[in-house]
Write a protein that binds this ligand. Structure first.
Ligand code: ZN
Ligand code: ZN
Length: 214
């Protein structure tokens, strides 16, 4: 079984998730650590629990989700895994972060690409890659059926949805993604979003003002 640890980092208040198994192998998802003390907090949080990072995943390429890619690569030698359609988003991240006055040390090394339906492993545990575009063209969510949760990125938030006014965003597509890829999960599935608190599929189906059930 995978256990989830959450950090909230950077001025955009992005959620960084650590998932670990019984052997203490862990996956780092969207390391948003921006300041030196946040990088230290991430490293401390991992090392104090005796965790061994084995995989780096990015739900998408917006700067608030990739600030720490270079740090994770340099510290644990992990190559970022992302959907190939995020290439242009990654290329823009450096420029857009400067516009937001949040310049950062960009990772320019090798990337590994993940596709819809592919699974990634942490020991015996499996996460399913779900293609969830709309907020960004190549957004991926990582579904863990055995633990009844999905790491959702910036797709569905508690009472809200991801913004679609950034380059490559598409509101209609985002709503469709939520209806087809999120609202078809079991009602008690927990969603760990890229921002804000955890939510539950059944609750969002009933209460989310942006998404109709069908
Ligand atoms: Zn985003
Ligand atoms: Zn975000």
């Amino acid at each position: 079984m995978l256990t989830v640890k959450t950090f909230t980092f950077n001025p955009v208040q992005e959620n960084t998730y650590i998932l670990y198994n019984e052997n203490r192998d862990c996956v780092i998802i969207d390391p948003g650590c921006y300041f030196q003390e946040e990088r230290e907090a991430l490293q401390k949080g991992i090392e104090s629990d005796g965790l061994k990072p084995v995989l780096l995943l990015n739900t998408h390429g917006h700067f608030d989700h990739i600030f720490g890619n270079k740090f994770v690569f340099e510290t644990w030698g992990l190559i970022p895994h992302i959907h190939e359609k995020e290439k242009p988003v990654l290329e823009m991240a450096e420029i857009s972060s400067k516009k937001w006055d949040l310049p950062f040390d960009v990772y320019h090394g090798e990337m590994k690409y993940l596709q819809e339906g592919e699974t990634v492993k942490i020991g015996d545990e499996q996460l399913e890659c779900v293609f969830t575009p709309g907020h960004s063209p190549g957004s991926l969510s990582f579904y863990y059926p055995s633990g009844n949760f999905i790491i959702g990125g910036d797709v569905l938030f508690s009472g809200s949805v991801g913004r679609t006014d950034l380059p490559g965003g598409d509101y209609e597509l985002l709503i469709q993604t939520i209806q087809l890829k999120f609202f078809t999960l079991p009602d008690d599935t927990k969603v760990y979003p890229g921002h804000g608190p955890l939510t539950i599929i059944g609750y969002e189906k009933m209460n989310n003002p942006y998404v109709k059930l069908y």
